[in-house]
Design a protein around this ligand. Structure first.
Ligand SMILES: [Zn+2]
Length: 553
């Protein structure tokens, strides 16, 4: 627990922290990393070089730093900056002059390998007057500790308090989903978002890449998909205009590398079999009717929001052939073990009347107890084929909780969004679960307050609601509770055309959720969090985050 008078304001709060007297001068400190931890060391060097230029600096200074560097947060981390000598170019150039030309103390920041720590993500941090020693059993643990040091640098400036921390996460899945389909964000913003995730020790970036309103992943073997699916007619103004964008292979590699350097696994989402209008825009033959309207019209990538009746036909083998080719590209680009395949909000009207879909239901005997053809089971059959396509490519499928309605494979991971009940049912059936309920907790497209002035949709979720989120429902026994691997914030962007708006909706609710995902339940304390948020908010300011500043509850 944090001691009273703890000046660090760390978010998420470390499990144990002891504050001593005195401070460690950052200026001139050099980093020494044990073998295998060199990349963490380079990140720390980059952050040390900017010490004292965060909260301590004037707002003007802070702003010019961000503007000048093209977003210090985003730009500094580019693969170049971290991988090569770029750390010096992007940040160290200016920072190096300030640091090494200053009142250098020649203090040491040492990253040590300590296999005796109780888990791979655990770390121990000791700051004395002479040295900072960060000990970890793995790169992930060291990155968690490095994030703590970075938070201290941002809030305490060039003198870090003497302290001792023992820390590690409660959950392995600490996720944030960003919807880049409804509105497209530049690579630079994705990097800024990932950087902020790492600051909060969040380690799973669920990237919603396809939906009715946009297909954002270029598939070079089928260029027509992004060509038609990534752009939509802007219909809110009376001037014909197409808007949108997509990510190339190089964009994705840059993002995956940037995330990986910060210990974040990117989990791409390709929506199936619903929310697929942007795919049908180039491949109308994959729908049950073969086209829009009576089946003879082309599909256009949607500009409206909601749920649409046309979905991928479950009785058309070409659907699985095309998905297989899409997953070839996905598997080649994303090194993580998981792919999210959607599965939510699939209207069954087309399947119920489609001769091809009905033939599959008959041949596989997908019937309800009364013997009638059951399209919910057809969805289960469809999702299991998708899971098999992914498994052939070495990936494990995640789906939204609707996949439970169709008897999914045991190894499918269920993401519970319609409240807790899907997650509870899934855990009882033996599935791994990620909790991201929309009920006043994890849906950051909801309004912060029930006021007409506040942006948002479909609900209200205060900062306190997010802070109070408990991923493990009391109704689960210990064995089932162990299947809850963590929690996730979801940022749907239908009403967020500008990335600055995403920042406003995400912070500080995502800061609050990071603690719900990280800290032991018994350590969480709202009043204390509010105090820490005073300090933490200034960190977000230093990183040029357009955070919400209104009432917290
Ligand atoms: Zn069909």
């Amino acid at each position: 627990m944090n001691l009273p008078g703890d000046p660090t304001g760390l978010v998420p709060a470390p499990r144990n922290i002891t504050i001593g007297d005195g401070s460690f001068p950052v200026a001139g400190a050099r980093v020494e990393a044990a073998p295998g931890y060199e990349a963490v060391g380079r990140l720390l060097e980059m952050w040390l070089a900017t010490a004292g230029r965060g909260v301590g600096a004037s707002r003007e200074e802070g702003a010019s730093r961000v503007d000048g560097a093209g977003g210090a947060v985003a730009g500094a981390g580019g693969g170049d900056a971290v991988g090569g000598a770029g750390g010096g170019d992007a940040v160290g150039g200016a920072g190096g002059a300030a640091v090494r030309g200053g009142t250098g103390s020649d203090g040491l920041v040492r990253i040590a390998h300590d296999p005796s720590l109780p888990g791979p993500e655990e770390y121990r941090l000791d700051i004395s007057r002479e040295a900072i020693v960060l000990a970890a059993a793995s790169r992930e643990g060291a990155l968690n500790g490095a994030s703590t040091i970075r938070q201290l640098l941002l809030s305490q400036g060039s003198k870090l308090p003497i302290l001792s921390i023992e820390d590690g996460p409660r959950f392995s899945w600490r996720g944030a989903m960003l919807d880049s389909a409804r509105n497209f964000q530049r690579v630079e913003f994705i990097e800024k978002f990932l950087d902020l995730m790492a600051l909060h020790k969040l380690n799973r970036f669920h990237w919603h890449l396809t939906d009715d309103q946009g297909w954002r992943l270029d598939i070079p073997s089928m260029p027509e998909i992004a060509q038609f699916g990534s752009r939509r007619q802007e219909r809110r103004v009376n001037i014909p205009r197409m808007q949108g964008g997509f990510y190339t292979r190089d964009d994705v590699r840059r993002i995956v590398d940037f995330a990986g350097e910060r210990g974040i696994v990117v989990v791409p989402e390709i929506e199936t079999p619903g929310h697929a209008i942007a795919l049908l825009a180039s491949h109308p033959e994959l729908s049950c009717k073969g086209g829009a309207g009576d089946g003879n019209e082309p599909f256009a990538t949607e500009w409206r929001h909601g749920i649409f009746g046309d979905v991928l036909c479950a009785g058309n083998e070409k659907v699985f052939e095309i998905l297989g080719r899409v997953f070839d590209e996905v598997a080649a680009l994303f090194p993580g073990p998981w792919v999210h395949a959607g599965g939510d909000e699939v209207p069954k009207a087309r399947w119920s009347s489609c001769p091809k879909c009905r033939a599959v239901m008959k041949s596989h005997n997908l019937r309800d107890e009364g013997g009638a053809l059951e399209p919910e089971y057809l969805q289960g059959w469809f999702m299991n084929r998708v899971a098999a396509l992914l498994a052939e490519r070495g990936k494990r499928m995640i789906g939204w909780d609707e996949i439970l309605e169709g008897r999914p494979r045991k190894d499918a991971i269920v993401m519970s969004w319609r409240g807790y009940s899907g997650g509870v049912e899934a855990a009882r059936l033996g599935h791994e679960v990620v909790m991201s309920p929309q009920t006043k907790a994890c849906y950051l497209d909801h309004k912060h307050l029930d006021l007409s002035e506040e942006p948002g949709q479909l609900g209200v979720c205060t900062v306190r609601d997010s802070y109070s989120f408990e991923p493990v429902p009391e109704s689960l026994g210990p064995a089932e509770a162990a299947l809850i691997t963590g929690g996730q914030a979801n940022i749907w962007t239908e009403l967020m055309p500008f990335a600055r708006h995403v920042e406003y909706m995400a912070f500080p609710r995502l800061s609050a959720l990071s603690e719900a995902f990280w800290s032991p339940k018994e350590n969480r304390n709202w009043d204390e969090f509010v105090q820490r948020l005073e300090i933490h908010g200034r960190r977000l300011d230093a990183l040029d985050v357009n955070r919400y500043r209104g009432a917290l509850e």
